[in-house]
Ligand binder design. Structure first.
Ligand code: GLU
Length: 520
């Protein structure tokens, strides 16, 4: 039975484009399940539909998992003793199993052309190739053995169809959904193999490979649930039910408002990525944003995705990969769709960013500064991070401007420009500037400027030791006006910290400019 076998699971994408975030979650759950059972995770490429093949997709998928820290034990790019792991390289294997079904009378050869099938669909409402119609079609059941062999030998194109007996209840034992039962009457005689490209369809290849690769659990998205009864029948037809994998169909990812399936359009509309990495479509040239390039940390993405469809049953939300491996329970996954709360994703990113030291933020921030034409060092960038990472930012959404804590390294740039670029204009319509700067303020700033000019040690402490007593003695409250001089508006860090960062020369330069420019 399956239970005493070593756990072996697989992630089996079709390389038809970039990996959708739902696929990433499927792979993650397979990974967690494999690790917690000391099992193997296989990476299989299901590329039997050559018309949908997209160059670069396979490499993209591998790179996504490398970035996320989801590790495979065997498969395409990893080696292993059950290969080849790319289905297009397994033609001969599938041929053999198709023949086995034909020999056993569980499948048959059909010659109906695309035009003939289209004509039938025109003629008969809800036409389905099944027990009710197959005897009126051009196949080995109606033509007989000799004629079939003759047509095959002549090279007439054909497909192999699975012969499904009607009227039988088929039970899928799903770890998440329990017993899922459908009647075989609603199934059609699925195409298993095509002579045109000598390749199997998804269903046959998938079942044969799961068997040969000794897969014990099939953990995949809900969209595959309708295929599961057919897969059960295929296992039975092959006589493989004793080693049939156990199924677990994961809940759908829903739109942020919970209404319907998450799509790329939702991401475009609301401004969040639905792909792990940026993707450039080789055909259309279209660029789609990715979590990596949008400034997410891989740990945050993993944690966020892990909780879409499962939770540890307590209030714990921040879980490392090791904790996830320990606590994840496949049978505790939800049957209901999981709402894709991308704002929560931003929250996760902030939580993980705040665990990093300023020095760890600095390289990414330095890159952003350089991209904005700022010439500075990572040491200076780290100092700015330390002063500003706890701030709040305004950001534009469809529903107007919203506020959030700094959640991405890139959030810092609009907040931090003034550290590197001196203000050149002062907006007297700005409430803060208007209140801070009145008649006589320029004179006060001139006094402060002269005090600062005389300070030898321009560190925070060095300035404080001189300026605090001056404030005390003069009765001048310089803080807001000083901020206008150095920042140009009412934001930024502690004034001594900013002033120490800028250094005396720059501080004096900015003050001189403000004193000369603003009203006296
Ligand atoms: N090739 C299928 C996919 O693209 C695999 C489905 C399965 O896991 O059985 O997701």
């Amino acid at each position: 039975m399956t239970t005493d076998r070593k756990v072996r699971v697989r992630f089996a994408p079709s390389p038809t484009g970039p990996l959708h975030i739902g696929g990433v979650r499927t792979a993650l759950y397979n990974y967690l399940f494999a690790r917690q059972h000391g099992g193997d995770l296989i990476f299989r490429i299901e590329d039997t539909d050559s018309s949908r093949f997209v160059p670069g997709a396979e490499a993209y998928i591998l790179e996504s998992f490398r970035w996320l820290g989801i590790e495979f034990d065997e498969g395409v790019g990893f080696g292993g003793s059950y290969g080849p792991y790319r289905q297009s390289e397994r033609r001969d294997i599938y041929r053999q199993y198709v023949q086995q079904l034909l020999d056993a009378g569980r499948a048959y050869i059909a010659f109906d052309t695309a035009e003939e099938l289209a004509a039938k669909r025109e003629q008969v409402a809800n036409f389905q190739y099944d027990a009710g119609t197959r005897m009126a079609m051009r196949n080995s059941l109606t033509l007989g053995e000799a004629e079939t062999q003759r047509l095959v030998a002549e090279g007439v194109p054909y497909v192999v169809r699975f012969l499904i007996e009607p009227g039988e209840d088929i039970h899928v034992d799903d770890i998440i959904r329990g017993d899922v039962c459908i009647n075989s009457t609603i199934l059609d005689d699925k195409v298993l193999w095509k002579s045109s490209d000598q390749l199997p369809t998804y269903h046959l290849a998938n079942i044969v490979d799961d068997r040969l690769m000794e897969v014990t659990h099939v953990i995949r998205g809900e969209e595959w649930l309708p295929s599961a009864p057919l897969h059960v029948l295929l296992y039975r037809a092959f006589g493989w039910t004793a080693t049939m994998p156990r199924f677990a169909h994961l809940p759908l990812l829903l739109k942020p408002d919970g209404k319907g399936k998450l799509s790329k359009r939702d991401g475009d509309r609301l401004g969040f990525p639905v792909f792990p990495l940026e993707w450039h479509d080789p055909k259309t040239g279209e660029r789609s944003s990715g979590y990596r390039e949008s400034g997410y940390l891989p740990e945050a993405v993993v944690n966020f995705l892990a909780l879409l469809g499962w939770n540890p049953g307590d209030d714990q939300e921040l879980l490392s990969m090791d904790e996830l491996i320990q606590k994840f329970r496949l049978e505790k996954c939800s049957k209901n769709g999981a709402r894709f709360d991308y704002v929560k994703g931003q929250w996760f990113n902030r939580e993980y960013l705040m665990r990093l030291s300023d020095d760890e933020w600095a390289p990414a921030f330095t890159d952003i500064l350089h991209a904005n034409g700022i010439d500075t060092t990572t040491e200076r960038a780290a100092q700015v991070v330390g002063m500003m990472k706890s701030k709040v930012i305004d950001y534009a959404t469809r529903d107007g401007v919203k506020r959030r804590n700094v959640s991405f390294v890139s959030d810092l740039w609009p907040l931090c420009r003034f550290f590197f670029v001196a203000p050149t204009e002062f907006n007297m319509d700005d409430k803060f500037v208007r209140k801070a700067w009145g008649t006589g303020t320029a004179e006060q700033m001139q006094q402060l400027r002269d005090v600062l000019a005389g300070i030898g040690d321009f560190s925070v402490e060095g300035q404080r030791a001189v300026v605090d007593p001056w404030v005390e003695a003069s009765g001048i409250k310089p803080w807001n006006a000083w901020r206008v001089c150095l920042v140009g508006e009412g934001q930024g860090p502690d004034m001594y910290a900013l002033s120490a960062f800028l250094g005396r020369d720059e501080v004096l330069r900015r003050m001189d400019y403000a004193i000369a420019t603003l009203p006296h």
